[in-house]
Design a protein around this ligand. Structure first.
Ligand code: ADP
Ligand code: ASP
Ligand code: MG
Length: 438
């Protein structure tokens, strides 16, 4: 079986839902379909939650009413028979009344997670009803019945595999199985999610669980581009990426993929294909185990980075020093992205500054600490094995007019990263494109 995931824009209007339905029925073979919420819906649900956190039920109700009107008008455009219009209207009415029920009670992150889960619940029900109206044998599987995280918040892969296999066995013989991306239950059975953009992760976890032949991520662009198309003009689709290259790009800011979604596919050895719903014939990008020797593939950038430097006159890099420094970050559950060391100091970068003040306070016991905020990691990805000559020179040459705070090379065979000011990002990305890809 193949897994096909369609993102928010791909199911963003009744027209798009119809195109997606045509696409998934045309393949002829059984498929598992993962859907996101209609574009904009998760943001609206977050907005509702924010009003409720601030004890403003009027604000929340206003957004709920607006959203309900929009969905009810979609019903008119999506279905052609009164039977399915009625069925879907009554489903949506219950959904919106459920959202309204939260405007009365105490509001915590538990309620917020139940609210943001409704986007995917609505889109999957709407598409399944549409397929049924078209006479397609489609089965809706609730992700809340098999997608689960463990006590560390990581996907519980053996539970997912066991549950999903059993569910598919119960309803075997269908042409199309549809489920929600993004949503799950946590180790305590409560509704939870896989973080924003997490539908890609759902698709990859399902692909690994059922040992799929391929995982397809359908979105609004023809594959992974060689630079961020939101920032640089004239970017081009990359035809092939190694799993590690795709994982680096996703982690370092290529929004087309959720940061962790490559991992399950990589471990299971299942190819991932990125495709464009608006242009289904386009080749897209294939992500697999093949390394194209001596090729630089793409550049990505990750914002909101903080750099921390600790400097001491004592023998800093004596045995055990780095362990002490890293333990401070670990005790505040703060992951380090980049590291650079010298005889007298060590620099690190983090993307989560929730506990920055506490971390800095503890680091001060060991030396002088400096912090630079509003930084950005620019990551150049490709076959950057150390035995290849000349590639790191190309990348550094492209940044010759940009102040570089840190460089990281040699951590993997696939990347070289630069820490620069966020305000220099656009110029850096443009210059890298001009140097590496023209
Ligand atoms: P979906 O809603 O389908 O999950 P996303 O908005 O999450 O779609 O991801 C697709 C978007 O990712 C594209 O529209 C594009 O603007 C953005 N993007 C950022 N970097 C890249 C890149 N290197 N290649 C392709 N798209 C990228
Ligand atoms: N709907 C969720 C979001 O907007 C998940 C996803 O689209 O991947 O973040
Ligand atoms: Mg996405």
């Amino acid at each position: 079986m193949k897994v096909m995931k369609f993102g928010g824009t791909s199911v963003g209007s009744p027209e798009r839902m119809k195109s997606v339905s045509k696409l998934i029925t045309s393949s002829g073979e059984p498929v598992v379909i993962v859907l996101s919420a209609m574009s904009g819906t998760t943001n609206s649900l977050v907005e509702i939650s924010n009003y409720l956190y601030r004890k403003n039920p009027e604000g929340a109700n206003e957004v709920i009413n607006r959203l309900e009107q929009k969905y009810m008008s979609h019903v008119e455009d999506l279905y052609s028979t009164e039977k399915w219009k009625k069925e879907t209207r009554s489903f949506l009415r219950e959904e919106f009344n459920y959202l309204r029920s939260f405007t009365k009670d105490l509001f915590t992150s538990f309620e917020e997670k139940s609210i943001v889960a409704q986007g995917e619940i609505m889109s999957t029900n709407m598409v399944v009803n549409y397929l049924k109206e078209c006479g397609v044998d489609a089965e809706l599987l609730s992700a809340l019945d098999f997608m689960r995280t463990d006590k560390n918040g990581e996907p519980d892969t053996s539970y997912i595999k066991e549950k999903l296999t059993a569910l598919l066995e119960e309803v075997k013989g269908k042409q199309i199985y549809i489920t929600q991306g993004f949503i799950c239950r946590n180790a305590y059975g409560e509704i939870d999610n896989l973080q924003r953009g997490g539908s890609d992760y759902t698709a990859s976890l399902i692909g690994a669980a059922i040992n799929a032949e391929e995982i397809q991520i359908w979105t609004d662009i023809d594959g992974m581009h060689n630079n961020d198309p939101r920032i640089v003009d004239g970017t081009e689709a990359v035809r092939q990426l190694h799993f590690e290259e795709a994982a680096e790009l996703a982690y370092f800011g290529a929004k087309i993929l959720h940061p962790t979604c490559i991992q399950p596919a990589k471990y299971a050895g299942i190819p991932v294909r990125l495709l464009n719903t608006m242009e289904p014939e386009a080749q897209g990008t294939i992500i697999d185990n093949v390394t194209l020797r001596g090729k630089i593939k793409a550049v990505a950038a990750k914002d909101n980075i903080t750099a921390i430097k600790i400097k001491s006159s004592r023998m800093l890099l004596a045995t055990g020093f780095l362990r002490k420094v890293f333990e401070i970050f670990e005790s505040y559950q703060t992951a380090i992205d980049m590291v650079a060391t010298s005889e007298v100091g060590v620099s690190m970068s983090i993307d989560n500054d929730t506990h920055l003040a506490e971390i800095v306070d503890e680091l001060k016991k060991y030396g002088t600490v400096t912090v630079d905020t509003d930084m950005c990691i620019v990551c150049v990805v490709g076959d950057l094995d150390w035995s290849n000559v000349g590639f790191e020179t190309l990348a550094t040459d492209a940044l010759k007019n940009i102040p570089v705070r840190m460089i990281s090379y040699g951590g993997s065979n696939y990347n070289i990263s630069f820490l620069i000011r966020e305000s220099d990002k656009k110029a850096a990305l443009q210059s890298l494109s001009d140097t590496l890809f023209k």
